[in-house]
Design a protein around this ligand. Structure first.
Ligand code: ATP
Length: 293
């Protein structure tokens, strides 16, 4: 069942088209990651889903409802991260969390929220004294209050140290295990790889490619690199060669296992040692670079 349905969405700022006709669906229980270079249109898409701005064209539906027209009903079921500057700096972390818990109208224990994001020790500190990473963790803590059915996270781990990032990934995993659906943006491809079931890579307001991690990665060829003394490769492997300097070969293939097997059989039958042999399938990074480069 679709929790989010985006159909031919267009968003503009004056004459500037920020989102140019995108479609995607996020199903219940999924983690969906929107990726793309700076300015691709990710935040604009999230803000439209959060009901902060009206689409210039197309439609967005959360739980089958319009987030602008049925804002109250949708917001109650949706946890969103505040954008920068949304806090009153003189309130403490606990006061801020209490206030936002009330506004969310979702039941839940604020103490647990702060604890999950390692903020208990900072509960009595005014928000304006938090570090960048602590502020980001507070934003996540507020969003998850009351275990909403849907969570929309805009770059949830930007600026976090590696341990805090892992902790946040763990919390996101726990939320999904408990039944939540997650839409997030990130600039960390390893974060998308660690968390997401499906991704969409945006460029210039459009979705350039989308699918499961396996589908998106498989759109790019795998690579086999090795060194071997100056002997000609068999023609079927020579045909895959994209780069061969003195003795070093780079092959690209969409049939990694079959071509690697062929290479190893050829090397064995000629008594050759393949030095620095390295083989890997297409990766999310390859797909990303293919879109944004
Ligand atoms: P980033 O990775 O840098 O956060 P993004 O993919 O989230 O980028 P958006 O913030 O959605 O991109 O911006 C999409 C486009 O819309 C950009 O060209 C940006 O300059 C423009 N834009 C965003 N907000 C505004 C605004 N308030 N007024 C005018 N143009 C805007």
């Amino acid at each position: 069942m679709a929790v989010i349905e985006v159909t031919d969405l267009r968003c503009t700022y004056g004459d500037h088209v920020a989102v140019d006709g995108i479609d995607f669906t996020v199903r219940r229980g999924e983690i969906f990651a929107l990726l793309g270079a700076n300015g691709a249109g990710k935040t604009t898409t999230l803000e439209t889903l959060e009901g902060h701005q009206a689409p210039a064209g197309g439609s967005v539906r959360l739980f089958g409802q319009d987030p602008l027209q049925e804002r109250r009903a949708v917001r109650r079921r949706t946890g969103v991260m505040l954008q920068d500057g949304g806090f009153a700096g003189e309130l403490t972390v606990r006061e801020t969390a209490d206030l936002w818990a009330k506004l969310s109208r979702r039941d839940g224990d604020v103490k647990t929220d702060l604890d999950r994001l390692d903020l208990t020790g900072r509960a009595d500190v005014p928000v304006q004294q938090l570090s960048g990473g602590e502020t980001r963790r507070l934003e996540v803590a507020l969003a998850i209050h009351g275990q909403p059915e849907l969570l929309i996270f805009d770059e949830p781990t930007t600026g976090l140290d590696p341990e805090s990032r892992r902790r946040t990934w763990q919390v996101i995993g726990e939320l999904v295990d408990a039944g939540s659906t997650i839409l997030l943006t990130t600039h960390y491809l390893e974060e998308a790889e660690a968390l997401a079931n499906r991704v969409a890579i945006m460029r210039d307001g459009r979705i350039a490619t989308a699918g499961t991690l396996g589908e998106v990665s498989a759109q790019l060829p795998g690579r086999i690199t090795f060194r071997v003394p100056a002997v000609p490769l068999p023609p079927e492997l020579e045909a895959l060669t994209t780069d061969s300097r003195v003795g070093e070969h780079v092959l690209e293939t969409y049939a990694l296992q079959a071509d690697l097997t062929r290479l190893l059989a050829w090397a064995n039958s000629h008594g050759l040692t393949l030095d620095r042999l390295h083989a890997r399938g297409g990766s999310l990074e390859d797909a990303f670079m293919g879109v944004v480069a």
